[in-house]
Write a protein that binds this ligand. Structure first.
Ligand SMILES: Nc1ncnc2c1ncn2[C@@H]1O[C@H](COP(=O)(O)OP(=O)(O)O)[C@@H](O)[C@H]1O
Ligand SMILES: [Mg+2]
Length: 259
């Protein structure tokens, strides 16, 4: 697999300007823009784990995550799954379609790890016979609990056709990402996706893949050594997360993460 090409950003004819700060999350800031249908997402250097209990600032993390995520979104879009990305508009910034986020986080697992291993006592590293899709309710207060399809329907978090689309799109993204990371000698263990409903003009009515695809929300294990190249390095104090992410960037883009 050829690494993603680091290439200059394509300029929009008249890119909208960033206006007021709408939301400060754990790893990103969301701004309004002069275009009511578009948002400006700035990836910060903030790292959190255990729902914000553990916090740190990791130099370069915002830029690295923004650039990896943009590259992967472009591939996903090219493979036929629509995403919210309009364009990478700065070194750590995405211009995106404004969505109503569906409060159902979609996790795809290829190998048992993390909460699945804990919940069901499946030893970490156990290969799953096929990819497993899990839904979690997006709620910081509740620590993003695992939910059933029926709960999502009954409480109105998503419609039946939306859950079907989420599952199907997530599996297609998994196929693509498994191939991409495999080509870099990295195993995609699991990852989390968010989706949203496009309300504005252009892509109105569509469900788009939103948020990010980054090593913050994925488990990536180096083949052979099983060395972790993702946020578990921070969660479990396994080394320097900045160094890990710079190494990952170099593998993805074939060049160092320059300033
Ligand atoms: N296209 C979009 N439209 C609206 N909201 C979005 C879009 N993409 C991502 N978001 C939301 O923006 C926030 C990004 O900030 P983040 O630091 O990840 O927040 P959080 O702490 O909630 O995970 C998330 O809550 C995410 O759901
Ligand atoms: Mg988030």
């Amino acid at each position: 697999m050829i690494p993603l090409a680091a290439r200059p950003e394509v300029a929009m004819s008249t890119p909208p300007e960033r206006t007021e700060l709408l939301y400060t999350g754990k790893a990103k800031q969301v701004f309004a823009t002069t275009d009511p249908d578009l948002l400006w997402i700035h990836f910060t250097d903030g790292a959190t784990a255990f729902n914000g209990v553990k916090r740190a600032t990791i130099t370069d993390k915002g830029r690295i995550n923004a650039q990896i995520s943009a590259g992967l979104f472009e591939r996903v879009e090219a493979a036929g799954v629509a995403t919210h990305l309009v364009q990478a508009i700065g070194p750590a910034d995405h211009l995106v379609h404004r969505l109503e986020i569906i409060p159902v986080e979609v996790v795809v697992r290829n190998i048992a790890a993390g909460s699945l291993s804990k919940r069901l006592a499946i030893p970490e590293g156990t290969a799953l016979p096929r990819p497993l899709v899990e839904f979690f309710y997006k709620s910081d207060e509740l620590n993003d609990p695992l939910i059933t399809d029926d709960q999502a329907l009954l409480f109105g978090w998503a419609r039946a056709w939306e859950l079907a689309y989420l599952r199907d799109a997530a599996l297609r993204v998994n196929d693509l990402l498994c191939g991409f990371w495999d080509g870099l000698d990295i195993t995609l263990v699991d990852f989390k996706l968010e989706f949203g409903r496009a309300l504005g003009r252009g892509r109105g009515g569509q469900i788009l893949l939103a948020d990010e695809i980054t090593p913050d929300g994925s488990r990536l294990w180096e083949k052979g050594t099983l060395r972790k190249l993702d946020k578990d390095v921070f969660r479990r104090d396994l080394g320097d997360l900045g160094d890990t992410y710079r190494e990952l960037f170099e593998r993805v883009f074939g060049e160092a993460a320059g300033r």
